[in-house]
Design a protein around this ligand. Structure first.
Ligand SMILES: Nc1ncnc2c1ncn2[C@@H]1O[C@H](COP(=O)(O)OP(=O)(O)O)[C@@H](O)[C@H]1O
Ligand SMILES: [Mg+2]
Length: 224
């Protein structure tokens, strides 16, 4: 479902190019649950941004559902971002003025789904992540783990084929982190959504069927 072939990414530091990704090749099949583990600064978020079409490779190929990313125009890219991919971040990125329910409705607003259908789907998704009784709470009235559950519901409400989670447990204590990882793996088992989770915690990564280690801009597949 996604395939990277010899992807490189460089940034200019002043006038000096700095290579952050140094030849990444990776194939992830539909429905796989994959973790990418690596130390801070090794290029994990840069890789995630490329997978999510938030950034482009300096060289190499990226194929998403069989389509070559460099062949896609801006409209096609934003459609993939909005309709095929769900994002989760370390800081949850919920809108503070909106209730949990309205946060989860947002991706459907952008897609022109009518209000009653939006609310029905968002409420069902909040129920799935065990947040049905907190639907009308604002993010500031929720714990970190609860906010991440709402963010996961928001990522899933549009029925994506790929979930990208960049250190989704990075701001949570270890017990809550465990519960959030369990939720990702349950959702992966019961749907067919390809899930890529970035973490720097090897214990959490071990819960994924497939693990890839990243170091200094390169990937190494871990033993099964
Ligand atoms: N937009 C950017 N411009 C310049 N350097 C960047 C940019 N984004 C990331 N970097 C650098 O690339 C390296 C990898 O960053 P990142 O992908 O965020 O690592 P990780 O997520 O593994 O901590 C870091 O040294 C970072 O400073
Ligand atoms: Mg990062």
């Amino acid at each position: 479902m996604i395939e990277l072939q010899d992807v490189h990414k460089s940034y200019l530091l002043g006038s000096v190019p700095m290579e952050v990704l140094r030849g990444i090749s990776l194939t992830v099949g539909q429905g796989e649950l994959l973790s990418i583990v690596g130390a801070s600064g090794c290029g994990k978020s840069t890789l995630m941004n490329i997978l999510g079409f938030l950034d482009t490779p300096s060289s190499g190929r990226y194929l998403f559902e069989g389509r070559e990313s460099s062949d896609l125009d801006d409209e096609a890219l934003s459609r993939i971002r909005n309709e095929r991919i769900g994002f989760c971040f370390q800081q949850f990125n919920l809108l503070p003025r909106l209730s949990a329910l309205d946060n989860v409705c947002l991706p459907l607003v952008y897609r022109g789904v009518g209000r009653s259908v939006r609310i029905e789907r968002a409420a069902a998704m909040l129920d799935r992540v065990a947040m049905a009784d907190r639907m009308n709470h604002k993010p500031s009235e929720l714990s970190g783990g609860q906010q991440q559950r709402v963010a996961i519901a928001r990522a899933l409400v549009g029925d994506p084929s790929l979930i990208l989670a960049d250190e989704p447990t990075g701001a949570l204590d270890s017990k809550t982190s465990d519960a959030i990882m369990e939720l990702f793996s349950e959702l992966n088992r019961e749907s067919d959504i390809t899930t890529v989770i970035i973490t720097h915690d090897p214990d959490l990564a071990r819960r994924c069927e497939r693990r890839v280690h990243m170091s200094d801009g390169m990937l190494v597949e871990a033993e099964p």
